[in-house]
Structures are given as C-alpha cells and as structure tokens.
Design a protein. Structure first.
Length: 277
C-alpha cells in the first residue's frame, strides 16, 4: 500500500507520476505534495450523503489511507444521493460497498472499514490513528461525539452538514475553536429534523462534500486559507454562498478557558437517536 512504512516519503513511482500528473504540475502540489497525500490517513465518519463524495474525491486524489466509520446497510432511499452505493448494494453493509467502490476508483488506496457505531467506548481507539477527521454524519449524537473526540485527540475536524436546500462547512483546529463554540449542547429531541424527516436535495451532498474534500486536501498539503474561523453557508435554492466569521468561545465547555468536558459521553439519551445514521 502507498502508506506502508517502506513507502512513506519515498519517491513517486512512474505509475504514480502518471496517475497524479494533473496534481504534480500544480505549483501548490508538486511531487512532494502528492507524496504527502499518499502518506496521509483520513477518517470519514459516515458513508452516506456527505461521506460518499468526500471518500470518492479523496481516493481519486491519492489519499493513501481512508478510514470509514458506518454500521448501517444500504437502503433504497440512500440511492437518491449516496454515490458510493448502487442499486445492487441494497441490503449490504455500507462499509463493504464503500470499500469496493473506492478500490475500483483507485486500487492503491488503503481502505480501513470500521463497521460499528462510533461511541464513547471506541472513538479514542479510532480517531487518534488518523491525521484528519471528517464529519459526514447527519445527526447530533455523532456530531458532538466526533467533535469532542477530535478535540481531545488534537486532530483537525472538517465539518459539514446538509438539510433541504441548505448546507454548511467549516474547519475546526484544536485550540482555535470547536463545534461546541457555536452550539454548546445538543438540541432537545425532535427540535431539529433529520434528512430522513425533512428531506435533502440529492445533489447538495456532492457540493458540500466536495468542499470538505478540498479543505481536507488543503490541510494535508498545508496550502491556502482554510475555512478555519469561518462558516461557509450555502443556500442552493437561491444559489447564494456566503461565509460568516466564527470565533472560539471562551465559555465553551470543551475548549474554553474553564472546560467542563474532559471525557467522552454518548448523546443518544439527549438527542433520542443512535450515534450514526
């Protein structure tokens, strides 16, 4: 695999030079940048609407190791937007379908399947093993758990969400803010509808997920200006895109001056739903 200890930092092979040539000729990437991509390890939480385009584009781009967390099976209702899966995958585990699709796109990518819900018991066994964490889950228990685990592990978190015609994305770097700076506690059960309850435009995950993949690539390459300290808001109905500044909250219960959260808890009881869709 591209990320084996023998190959990390090694010169690109002739095959890799040809495959990633459109990256390598970019001054912001080059051969050294592509090697960073091949050596990187990215975790995607959720193999659904957002996780699908994220995983596909990162695999195509040459991210060496992609971890996928999801314990769900493919449902026919997923096929309206989840491009990792096809009709023949209905009823199969999403991590199996996702692995096969990504290996078809790029046989050299190392796909690690975590076929289990992410919980307070296993999050710290999974998340510290990756360089970048991406939230592709669509519910609050997972959103808060992944945010907390990424922060406590010192890992950057590329966050995104979608509902109806609306999407948003941002990047949280430990020490500069987190999801709880905006939303300190989960909402009461039933207050905010899920995609299953309210719906989502099928193309919107591709738009937001692509942005998350771009931000992840910028993190790996250490180039450009991240969406750190900025929340990107998309209104697909009016096709208006804007960013608003967000700041670290000194009273944040996780990353503030006097944090009260120093260990993980599961939020199903608060939100009335399981940790992963």
């Amino acid at each position: 695999m591209a990320t084996s200890s023998e190959q990390r930092g090694a010169p690109l092979t002739p095959y890799q030079v040809q495959r990633y040539s459109r990256h390598i000729i970019m001054p912001q990437v080059g051969s050294q940048g592509q090697r960073k991509m091949l050596d990187s390890k990215v975790l995607i939480v959720g193999a659904g609407g957002l996780g699908s385009p994220i995983a596909v584009y990162l695999a195509l781009a040459g991210v060496g190791t992609i971890g996928i967390v999801d314990f769900d099976t493919v449902d026919i209702t997923n096929l309206q937007r989840q491009i990792l899966h096809q009709h023949s995958d209905v009823g199969r585990p999403k991590v199996v379908s996702a692995t096969e699709t990504l290996k078809d796109y790029n046989p050299d990518v190392n796909v690690i399947s975590h076929d289990a819900p992410i919980t307070s018991d296993n999050a710290m066994d999974i998340i510290p093993n990756y360089d970048v964490i991406i939230n592709g889950a669509d519910n609050f228990p997972a959103r808060y758990l992944v945010n907390d685990a990424a922060y406590l592990s010192g890992k950057p978190l590329v966050d995104g969400s979608i509902l109806l015609f609306d999407g948003q994305a941002t990047v949280y770097i430990p020490g500069t803010g987190c999801y709880r700076c905006l939303f300190p506690t989960p909402p009461p059960p039933g207050e905010v509808p899920s995609c299953a309850e309210a719906g989502v435009l099928g193309m919107l995950p591709g738009m937001v997920g692509s942005i998350q993949a771009i931000e992840t690539t910028k993190l790996i390459l250490e180039v450009g200006e991240l969406l750190q300290g900025r929340l990107l808001l998309i209104d697909a109905l009016s096709m208006e895109i804007r960013t608003v500044k967000i700041h670290q909250n000194p009273d944040c219960p996780l990353c503030g001056k006097k944090p009260t959260i120093n260990e993980l808890i599961d939020y199903e009881l608060f939100c009335g739903m399981p940790a992963i869709e």
